[in-house]
Structures are given as C-alpha cells and as structure tokens.
Design a binder for this molecule. Structure first.
Ligand SMILES: NC(=O)c1ccc[n+]([C@@H]2O[C@H](COP(=O)([O-])OP(=O)(O)OC[C@H]3O[C@@H](n4cnc5c(N)ncnc54)[C@H](O)[C@@H]3O)[C@@H](O)[C@H]2O)c1
Length: 510
C-alpha cells in the first residue's frame, strides 16, 4: 500500500449508495476504515447508513460482533453532503449508475476535488475501465474494483488494471480489499473481466445442448449437478438471475470480443426473452414456479430389466472396466466376447464423439449401440445416448441395466461429448484462454471462479481433474464432428496437454 493509503485517518469514499455502495461501505467500516458515503440522492445515503447500521446491530445480536464494535463500525459511516466533501479521501470507489458518461463525468469532477495521489476505482461490471480512465487527467490513478452482490457474502473482488493504470494502484487496491477480508484477484481490463468471462461456458454450452435438441433444460441441470458437481445447473441459474438480465450480458460479451464463437449465444435465449419467460420473477422461465417454488418434473422411471446380453466395448480401457463393474450388480447377462454377439446391446464409452461416430468407428451395429458417459459417471447419475438408428428395445435394455446400479439415468439424444463432457470442456477451454491471454494468473482464475461463481472447483482444476489430454481430446472430437470453431482448443490447453503439464501451471516455469 502506498504511504498515503496506509494512513488510517484518510477515509475511503463511496459514490453511489445503492445495492453495491452500501455493501462496500459495510465491509470497509466493519474492518475499521472510515467511510464517506455520497449519492446524488441524499435520502439514499441516509437509507444506506441506516441499512448498514441495522446489519451491524443484527450481527451484534447474533454474537458475531460485540455491541461496542457494532457501534464503532456504524460511527465510521459518514454521510457526505456533496462531492466536494469527499476531498480528504485516499480512495474513491464509484458504484453509481452503469453508464459511461455518468462515470466519466464523476471522475472528471473528482479529479478536481481530490488530492493528486488519490485513487479512483470503479465498480463497473461491464464498462471498459480503460475508457472510463481515458477522460481523466491522471488515468494511471484509475482502476476497477469489481465487487459482487451481495458484497459481504461474495468475498472475491476483481482488481482491474486498465491500459494506463499504474501497477502500484492495483496493488494498493488489492491490499485494501484484502484488509477488508476479501480475496483480491488481479485482472486485465477485458470484456467481462474474469468471473463474467469465465462464466460464459456454463450458460452458452448448456443453451446450445438444448437448442440442438440433445436434452431438455431439466435434464441438463440434473446431469451438471449430479455428474459434474455444480451446485446449480445453467437453467436454474438463468431462471434465478432472469434471462432478461443474463441475455444482454451474453450478447454484450460476444460482441465485445468481436463475435468470438466461444461466446456465441443461441437463438433459444433470445426467444425466451421475447416470450417474457424471464424465470422466477415472471413465474415461468425454463421451469415453472408456483408461489415462488420451482416445479421440477418427476424423473422419468427406468424401464423393466430385460434378459438381453450387454457387451462393453474395450475401446477405452479406463472406462470399460468401471462400466462392467457398474453392470455387475444388475441381473443381466454380460457378453464377454471380443466382438459383440448377434443379440447383444453394444455399450460404447466415447470421449468427445457421439454414439453414431463411435458405432461407425468401432464397426458395431448402430441399431444396438448405446453410449455411456464414463468420464462423468457418479453413483448418483449416469448419462446415456443413442444413435438415430438405435432401437427402443436396445435403448431400454441398457437404461434398465444401468438403473439397476442404483443411479438415476439420463437418456439424451446423440451429442458429441454428451452433456457434461462438452460443457465442462468448454468451461475449461475458456479458462485456458483467459490464462493464455494473460488476463489473470491460473491461481487467480480458479480462486475467482470458485468464490464468484460458486463452482466446486476452479475451471483449470476441473481440467486437471479430467486430465488436460482428455479435455483436448473432447474438444478436438467435438470440433471435428461439428466443424464449429467454438470448440477450437486454446494453445494454453494444447501445449500443456502435449507436455504433460498441469493447466494450473504458470505461464513461465519457476
Ligand atoms: N448490482 C449488482 O449485482 C452489481 C454487481 C457488480 C457491479 N455492479 C455495478 O455497481 C454499480 C452500482 O450498481 P448498484 O446495483 O448498486 O445500483 P443501484 O441502482 O442500486 O445504486 C446506484 C446508486 O447510484 C446513485 N447514482 C447514480 N448516479 C449518480 C451520480 N452521478 N453520482 C452519485 N450517485 C449516483 C443512484 O442514486 C443509486 O443510489 C453499477 O456500475 C453496476 O454495474 C452492480
């Protein structure tokens, strides 16, 4: 921290005392920093101060703060009657309206009021920090400090370096945020910054799977929760946020990256918006809601077990053995032949390919081929898919035998990479490219995504869990089948897979 910032007598100023401003004020005051709170609407400042004071009082009631600390924290919140009253601030955090002209006008005015060494930080979530700074006399003193809502619970903050920001400024802001108990991650000023950029994969690929008719939203969510460990699937999340809010972000990031295919939204998302099916707030989105509670369709039941022999393809040895073990508990005959018998259902375990491609490649009869996703098999759920030629009898025989293991079984239409493989590989690939572009360091990418998006693992860690070579194989296979450059592997992934390095390995070895 610079000497001036370290001076505890110099307060932090917050401009805009709405949802975000009051959250930031709360963590700052709780940590001992004096806060000057300003809003263009003075009544908002009083409301914000009362709101934060009530939070402190409630924390004291619950024993999370002493009453004396709650009172002292409240006393650190000072209403500023004008912008001029922010003059003593070492740092200003702007959390006003999300409009470039509002932020540039504010920063221009503030530069005339504050000391020359003061830092101007913006909490913008979608505007360019570089563009905001461009109108300033001292753009090197301008940076982004992107908090997430609700600030006290979302303990990650992105410290954004614009093209002209001095590194000492972002370092000082990171230290300040850490002193407030948040995890600061350093990010280059780019569209979506880090968290919103890394979060594209789950939504866009989930939507693509549904748009392609592979599975319905409920099935996609179930697979991603039970097989890939996400707390919520993309459609639950879209309904929670409201697709009227999420779709413009999808479009904006896609356009800001000049139509990068990895971020291309699907027409299905636009259609939901046009229909007014925003989600929870309108009572219907991808799910229906009754009195605020989501109605989830019942899980389809498994067909009855049949005495049809099942043959497990040995093509992917690391998947064949666990699949045989899964089936061992079912009361069905297993065909142990080197090639499938004339009546056997052929179970294949593709990596990135679809059931059709796998049946053709392995020379097994498509009418009796069923593919099982063993890369994302868990005791809770298995995913299977069929070729367009697979008979209902073969499909049902496989479904019943897999369900006999005790797992729920999701049956999807033919898809390169099932659901979990393609969605996870997409997420990993986007994170790899964030690392490749130097937008953030590998450790910060994983930390920010775990804290900011609530993923069980960071995206690079997910890639390492699956194995970089497997992620690469999935993406290469999907790209070969679809021809879509959306799936082209990032050089970060390609090189690490080739060298047997972890995706979390830094750009330069120690
Ligand atoms: N809400 C979120 O989830 C979230 C998350 C991260 C970042 N952000 C960003 O934080 C900023 C604030 O968002 P919010 O959700 O708190 O909005 P909000 O509408 O709740 O609060 C904004 C406040 O700024 C005040 N304001 C507007 N123009 C002003 C000006 N010129 N000078 C002083 N005050 C002014 C308004 O009166 C209002 O009280 C935006 O840039 C937004 O994009 C929001």
């Amino acid at each position: 921290m610079t000497a001036s910032l370290a001076d505890p007598a110099r307060p932090v100023a917050i401009v805009g005392a709405g949802t975000m401003g009051r959250g930031i004020a709360q963590i700052a005051a709780a940590a001992g920093t004096p806060v000057l709170l300003y809003d263009v609407a003075p009544e908002v400042v009083s409301a914000a101060r009362a709101f934060v004071a009530a939070r402190f009082a409630s924390a004291a009631t619950k024993g999370r703060m002493t009453p004396a600390d709650a009172e002292a924290a409240t006393d650190r919140l000072h209403a500023a009657p004008s912008l001029e009253a922010l003059a003593p601030a070492a740092v200003v955090i702007e959390a006003a309206a999300e409009r470039l002209e509002v932020k540039t006008a504010l920063f221009t005015d503030l530069e005339g009021i504050l000391a020359d060494d003061a830092i101007l930080a913006t909490n913008t979530s979608s505007l360019s920090v570089t563009a905001i700074a461009a109108g300033c006399r001292r753009p090197e003193r301008v940076a982004g400090l992107h908090f997430f809502n609700p600030v006290p619970l979302m303990t990650v903050v992105e410290v954004i370096r614009g093209s002209r920001t001095a590194p000492a400024v972002t370092d000082a802001l990171a230290r300040l945020a850490e002193a407030w108990g948040h995890t600061a991650v350093h990010v280059l000023d780019t569209p979506g910054f880090l968290v919103n950029h890394a979060g594209r994969g789950l939504y866009t690929e989930g939507l693509r799977v549904v748009q392609e008719g592979v599975a319905d939203p409920v099935t996609v969510d179930r697979i991603l929760r039970d097989c890939a460990g996400f707390r919520m699937g993309p459609f639950e999340l879209l309904d929670l946020t409201g697709i009227d809010v999420s779709f413009p972000v999808m479009e904006q990031i896609y356009r800001q990256f000049f139509d990068e295919p990895r971020f291309r939204p699907t027409p299905l998302a636009a259609q939901q918006v046009a229909a007014g099916l925003y989600g929870r707030k309108t009572g219907q989105g991808f799910y229906r809601y009754h009195d605020g509670t989501r109605e989830t369709p019942a899980e389809p039941s498994a067909p009855p077990l049949r005495q049809v022999p099942l043959w497990v393809s040995p093509a992917v040895p690391r998947f064949a053995a666990p699949l045989r073990a899964t089936l061992a508990g079912a009361d069905v005959p297993l065909d142990d032949g080197d090639v499938p018998g004339p009546d056997s259902v052929c179970l294949v375990t593709p990596v990135g390919t679809d059931a059709t491609a796998e049946a053709v490649r392995q020379g097994v009869p498509a009418a009796r081929t069923v593919a099982v996703d063993m890369a994302f098999a868990t005791p809770a759920r298995l995913t299977m898919m069929t070729t367009p030629a697979t008979t209902a009898a073969a499909r049902d025989a496989a479904h019943a035998a897999l369900a006999a293991s005790g797992a729920a079984v999701s049956v999807i239409a033919d898809s390169p990479g099932f659901v979990a493989q393609r969605v996870v590989a997409t997420i990993v690939n986007i994170a790899c490219d964030i690392a490749q572009q130097g937008i953030a360091a590998p450790g910060d990418i994983d930390r920010a995504v775990r804290l900011g998006l609530g993923y069980p693992r960071g995206p690079l860690e997910m890639g390492d869990d699956l194995g970089p070579a497997t992620v690469l194989a999935i993406l290469e296979a999907i790209r070969a089948l679809t021809g879509d450059p959306r799936y082209r592997p990032s050089p970060w992934l390609r090189r690490r897979a080739a060298l047997g390095l972890a995706l979390t390995a830094p750009a330069v070895a120690d």
